[in-house]
Design a protein around this ligand. Structure first.
Ligand SMILES: Nc1ncnc2c1ncn2[C@@H]1O[C@H](COP(=O)(O)OP(=O)(O)OP(=O)(O)O)[C@@H](O)[C@H]1O
Ligand SMILES: [Mg+2]
Length: 219
């Protein structure tokens, strides 16, 4: 098997007009990568291409050794359920359930157990009996992150995971995500507008002039 969790080659995609072309990208175990760029440049679109949700106009994506977009629905479903963790720009939780029930659903589906330490670290352990509707936006955001981690994904795609959060809470979420990937060998691909989140990743890419560029290596 390849040394990469994710390898994308020569990706081009657009809707009405071309968004980006000839994108090459790879992610190794325990590696974190940030994607930055102006609003509308195609960051979320690229994340969706890498994570099974949009078939690109051109190019190939190999995720966890599987050539996406040649797989049948069942194989895609299994990847999504067991292997990929997705933190969307707008988080999706079941509103009528408690926070704990939301986390349990995810871990049940993947047959993994919930890690109490993660709830504690995210400072949501005390809130878990409350209904989602009774939580603040930032608290809901953290429940959705706990939900994703509870299924022990091998790769995490996060689209502005700290968008709703104050700086201190954002740092805490970043601590949890980075700790998780170092401990498990999972990978993290993060879209962000936040400089301090980006700076904590191993590598940063920018979409500019329809090209994905790697910014200079960090020390
Ligand atoms: N399903 C779609 N159909 C048509 N156009 C789309 C679709 N999804 C995205 N677009 C367009 O593609 C462009 C890039 O969208 P995308 O969401 O990838 O941007 P982004 O870089 O994530 O922006 P932001 O920082 O604001 O989240 C936008 O102009 C958007 O309107
Ligand atoms: Mg976006």
């Amino acid at each position: 098997m390849s040394q990469f969790l994710l390898e994308a080659q020569n990706i081009s995609h657009g809707f009405d007009t071309l968004l980006f072309h000839d994108v090459n990208f790879s992610l190794k175990p325990s590696q974190s990568a940030a994607i930055i760029g102006r609003s509308g440049c195609g960051k979320s679109t690229l994340l969706h291409i890498f994570s099974t949700f949009i078939k690109p106009d051109k190019g190939s994506v190999t995720l966890l050794g599987k050539d996406l977009y040649t797989l049948d629905d069942k194989a895609i479903e299994a990847l999504r359920r067991y292997d990929i963790g997705i933190i969307f720009q707008f988080h999706y939780l079941f509103k009528g359930m408690t926070a704990m029930e939301n986390v349990e659903v995810a871990s049940m589906l993947s047959a993994e157990s919930i890690d109490d330490a993660i709830l504690e670290k995210l400072e949501i352990k005390e809130l878990m009996k409350q209904k989602i509707g009774e939580l603040s936006g930032g608290q809901q955001q953290r429940v959705s992150i706990a939900r994703v981690l509870s299924k022990k994904p091998r790769i995490i795609f996060a689209d502005e995971p700290t968008g709703n959060l104050d700086k201190e809470t954002a740092e805490l979420v970043m601590d949890v995500l980075l700790h998780y990937i170092k401990e498990t060998g999972a990978g993290l691909l993060l879209v962000t507008h936040d400089d301090s989140m980006e700076a904590r990743c191993d590598v940063t890419y920018k979409i500019e002039d329809k090209i994905l560029k790697e910014l200079k290596e960090k020390i």
